[in-house]
Design a protein around this ligand. Sequence first.
Ligand SMILES: [Zn+2]
Length: 164
Amino acid sequence: MSDPIFIVDGMLGNLARWLRILGYDTMYCPLSDNIILEKAESEKRILLTKDKALFRSAIRKGVKSMLIDGGDIVDILLNIALTLNIRVKPQKTSRCPICNGHLNEVESNNVINLVPKNILSKNSVFWICRSCGKVYWHGSHWRLIASTLSRVDKMIKDVNKAKI
Ligand SMILES: [Zn+2]
C-alpha cells in the first residue's frame, strides 16, 4: 500500500515539518478553507486540521480528514499514528521539512562549500533538498527529533500492549 499524503491547514506548520521528516508528502496550506478543500479533493490528500468547521466541511464533501486536538507534538503524532497507522521513525525517504521536496543523500565532499567547516569535519553524511537546495545533517537538533519520535514510538507500543 502506498503512503498516505497529507495537507495541513495554516495552524499546523509544525506538524507539516514532522510529517515530512517521517517521509510523508505533506502540503502546508495557509490559504482559505475552499482552497484547502479543493486541493485535498483533487490531490487525494488527507486533511489534518485544528478547525472544527473546516473538518465538518471536509467530511460533508467526502474528503478524508482528521481533527487535530491541542496538545504537544508527541500527543498529536501519537493520535495520528493510532488513527491512521503512520510510522514514527525517520526514513531514508524523508522530505525537506521546509519545502516538502525530496532529499538526496550525499557525502561530505559534495557539500564542501555549502556548510561550515566544523560541521563538515564532524559529519560524513548530508542531505540536499532537490527543490530548495537546503543542506541537512544530523546535528544536535537531530537528537531532540529522534528522542521525541522514540517517545511517540514507546507510547504506541504501550497502547498496543494495553489493548484487550
Ligand atoms: Zn527544500
